[in-house]
Design a protein around this ligand. Structure first.
Ligand SMILES: CC(C)(COP(=O)(O)OP(=O)(O)OC[C@H]1O[C@@H](n2cnc3c(N)ncnc32)[C@H](O)[C@@H]1OP(=O)(O)O)[C@@H](O)C(=O)NCCC(=O)NCCS
Length: 432
């Protein structure tokens, strides 16, 4: 076995720390002590920049060369040949479905697309201008009150049922949030349609008896859903695993994951990209804007990634998908600004040195806007497919015998013990 030799210069003691899978166990450092009263060494890693929190067989990323695979299959092949629901099956079960399994899987999800009328009423209570992501997070959490059976997280059958319910219901919740903002009546699911077509039906159907989705746009949405389905231990997934590790039910855990996704540094970035492009306004303003980014005034939204230090492979696929969408919708005027931003940023020393490339959010917003979505709903469009990844990671975590309640340590920096004396009571509160 490979080991790491550690010599503690405080005591001169030497330790052999086993290395497995390119990692050392943080708990092995606890044995490194200066004496019996010493707690032992801890590992300090704010923001988990170099800490593996789990073993996972779901998604593989090599950020240095821009590789993304679900269960071993390259993202490019999945986006080219599969439907989103088949990819969901792959992510959850480990294998792509046979044609028979695929049909059965789709039928099982279709049986769970409706939401309880009381959840509909709950959603009607939001302000007309409520942010769709706030509505999404709260409504997914509210599902927990409809399905108390979900608390039995150790029952495989219960987990399966909640997984079907959640994958079936998130597009319905998302579409209701969208229509709520527009003041339109909610549209019930049409199970004759595919997953993404049905979502489009719930979003955009007006007076027609049957909604006929544009096949190019439906496929583009399906591809975007495939690209967003999972991304290993990102901030939202870490929230799903951390909250789920307390054996919280999957609806509440998933709402926590979605809340993390809502942040502008995470899934909220696609909305921010559009706001940034609006602010830039014209191609001629791009060089000046890049200068303000380099001066540290703000970040270039849709650029940079904690893991990808090369081109984000999802951004490449999205760029191609954009062309197909624009052939139907007409080009989004913001595309010109985005292309110029990318061109200048990729040739600028500031971005090259820091390995900052366009990420998945850079072009997805431009496609969504061309399809007619308001930027406020963009992150909800991300949350629908990511629900699959969150659930697969949650299931893997529950079944992993090495996992326990997630509970990091800290380095305490506050005062040592002190006592309340009469003098200190006289001045108490002075600092507030
Ligand atoms: C994604 C992100 C949060 C990753 O951050 P991270 O791994 O913690 O990277 P850091 O914040 O340590 O950044 C490293 C350096 O690059 C710079 N940088 C990172 N992203 C940048 C961006 N989008 N624009 C300008 N500079 C950026 C930082 O200022 C820092 O520079 P410094 O070394 O001179 O201080 C970050 O790149 C970001 O904020 N991007 C914009 C938001 C976004 O698109 N998020 C979607 C992710 S899919």
């Amino acid at each position: 076995m490979d080991t790491l030799q550690v010599i503690d210069s405080r005591t001169g003691a030497s330790y052999q720390i086993p290395i497995t899978d390119g990692t050392i166990r943080a708990m092995d450092f606890r044995a490194i002590r200066t004496g019996p009263d010493d707690f032992g060494l801890m590992v300090y890693d704010p923001a988990f920049t170099n800490t593996a929190s789990c073993r996972s067989a779901i998604t593989y990323i090599d950020g240095d060369v821009g590789i993304l695979r679900y269960r071993g299959y390259p993202i490019e092949e999945l986006a080219e040949h599969c439907t989103f629901l088949d990819v969901a099956y792959l992510i959850l079960t480990g294998e792509l479905p046979s044609p028979g399994e695929s049909g059965e899987w789709r039928n099982r999800i279709n049986r769970h697309t409706m939401i309880h009328e009381n959840l509909k009423k709950f959603m009607e209570g939001f302000r007309p201008d409520a942010h769709p992501m706030g509505m999404f997070v709260s409504s997914v959490a509210a599902l927990s009150t409809f399905y108390p059976d979900a608390r039995d997280v150790h029952s495989g059958a219960s987990r399966q049922l909640q997984i079907l319910r959640l994958i079936g219901k998130v597009p319905t919740i998302a579409a209701y949030a969208y229509r709520h903002n527009l003041g339109l009546p909610y549209v019930y699911p049409d199970n004759r349609l595919s997953y993404t077509e049905n979502f489009m039906n719930m979003l955009w159907r007006t007076a027609e008896p049957r909604y006929e989705p544009d096949p190019v746009l439906a496929r583009a949405l399906d591809v975007l859903f495939i690209l967003h389905a999972d991304h290993e231990q990102n901030c939202g997934t870490n929230a799903m695993r951390a909250v789920g590790s307390a054996q919280t039910d999957p609806y509440l855990s998933l709402s926590a994951a979605a809340a993390a996704l809502a942040g502008p540094l995470h899934g909220g970035a696609n909305e921010e990209v559009l706001r940034m492009l609006d602010e830039i306004g014209h191609v001629k303003n791009v060089p000046a804007y890049v200068e303000t980014v380099k001066a540290g005034k703000h970040r270039l939204m849709g650029f940079g990634h904690r893991v990808y230090k090369n081109y984000d492979p999802r951004a490449e696929i999205i760029k191609r998908t954009a062309e197909q969408v624009f052939a139907v919708t007409g080009a989004n005027a913001k595309l010109e600004i985005a292309l110029e931003l990318e061109r200048i940023a990729l040739s600028d020393e500031y971005f090259i040195k820091r390995k900052l490339y366009p990420n998945v959010d850079f072009y997805s917003g431009i496609i969504y806007q061309a399809m007619g979505f308001d930027p406020a709903i963009f992150t909800v469009l991300f949350a629908i497919p990511r629900t699959v990844g969150w659930l697969a990671q949650w299931q893997e975590m529950i079944q992993d015998p090495e996992q326990k309640i997630a509970r990091p340590r800290q380095i305490f920096t506050g005062p040592a013990v002190r006592h309340i004396g009469v003098e200190s009571l006289k001045t108490a509160g002075a600092g507030i």
